[in-house]
Design a protein around this ligand. Structure first.
Ligand code: AMP
Length: 207
C-alpha cells in the first residue's frame, strides 16, 4: 500500500505498543514525534531545549518545531513509500502541513475512554535498552529486566491530566477532520493488548 498511515488516539491509548504490528504488516518505518523529541532532549540540542519546557508541562510543542522535524525525517530514503506516524499530527495545522508533503492513506484511531487513561499511563514503564513498553499491572516486565525500566518524566498524574486536556482541545478535533475526509478507521482500544493488536492487524490488512 502506498502512502502513510497515521496512528491516532489519546495519550496512553497504546499507539506506541500497537505500532509494531503495523510496521510488521506494512514494512513502513515508525515515525514517533514523541520519541524524536525525547531523543533531542537527551542529546541536549537547541530544539530539545525548546521542546522540553512544553513536554514537561504536558503541553503540545509548537507546530513549526514539529513540522520542521517531520519535513527533515521524510527526506530519508526509508520514507519514500510512506511511514507510520505515531503521535503526529496532533493539530489541524500539522495535518494541513502534512497533506502538502505526503499522502495519508489511512488513520487508525485507537479509542480509549478518559477514565482508563490515567491508570494506563501512570503504570507505564519503558526498557531504555530496547524501547519496549511495559505496564506494572497490564503487561508486567520479565523479572530480569525490571530493575532497569524507567518511567517517562511526563507520565505523572498531574502531567497526564494536562496532556489529556491538550488532547481534547487541540487533537480530538483532528479526528473529526480525518473522519470527514473518509480516512478514519476506529479501533476499540479498551481490551487486552493482544485483542487490540488483532483488531489493528485486521484494520491494516483491509487497507
Ligand atoms: P508522546 O510520546 O507522543 O506522548 O509525546 C510526548 C510529548 O511530546 C507530548 O506531550 C508533547 O509535549 C510532545 N509532542 C509529541 N508529538 C507532538 C506533536 N505532534 N505535536 C506537538 N507536541 C508533540
Amino acid at each position: 500500500m502506498s502512502g502513510s498511515i497515521v496512528l491516532f488516539g489519546p495519550p496512553g491509548a497504546g499507539k506506541g505498543t500497537q505500532a509494531s504490528i503495523i510496521v510488521e504488516i506494512t514494512g513502513k518505518p515508525q515515525v514517533s514525534t514523541g520519541d524524536m523529541l525525547r531523543d533531542a532532549v537527551a542529546r541536549g540540542t537547541n530544539l530539545g531545549a525548546k521542546a522540553q519546557n512544553f513536554m514537561s508541562q504536558g503541553l503540545l510543542v509548537p507546530d513549526e518545531i514539529i513540522i520542521g522535524l517531520i519535513e527533515e525525517r521524510l527526506k530519508s530514503s526509508d520514507a519514500s513509500d510512506g511511514v507510520l506516524f505515531d503521535g503526529f499530527p496532533r493539530t489541524i495545522p500539522q495535518a494541513e502541513a502534512l497533506a502538502d508533503i505526503t499522502n495519508v492513506s489511512a488513520v487508525i484511531s485507537i479509542e480509549v475512554p478518559d477514565e482508563d487513561i490515567i491508570e494506563r499511563i501512570v503504570g507505564r514503564r519503558m526498557d531504555p535498552q530496547t524501547g519496549e513498553i511495559f505496564h506494572i499491572t497490564f503487561r508486567p516486565p520479565p523479572s530480569e529486566i525490571s530493575h532497569r525500566l524507567i518511567q517517562r518524566k511526563d507520565d505523572t498524574e498531574e502531567t497526564v491530566r494536562q496532556r489529556l486536556s491538550s488532547y481534547h482541545k487541540q487533537t480530538k478535533p483532528l479526528g473529526d477532520w480525518y473522519q470527514n475526509l473518509g480516512l478514519l478507521i476506529p479501533v476499540d482500544g479498551t481490551g487486552q493488548i493482544e485483542e487490540v493488536r488483532k483488531s489493528v492487524a485486521i484494520a491494516v490488512s483491509e487497507l
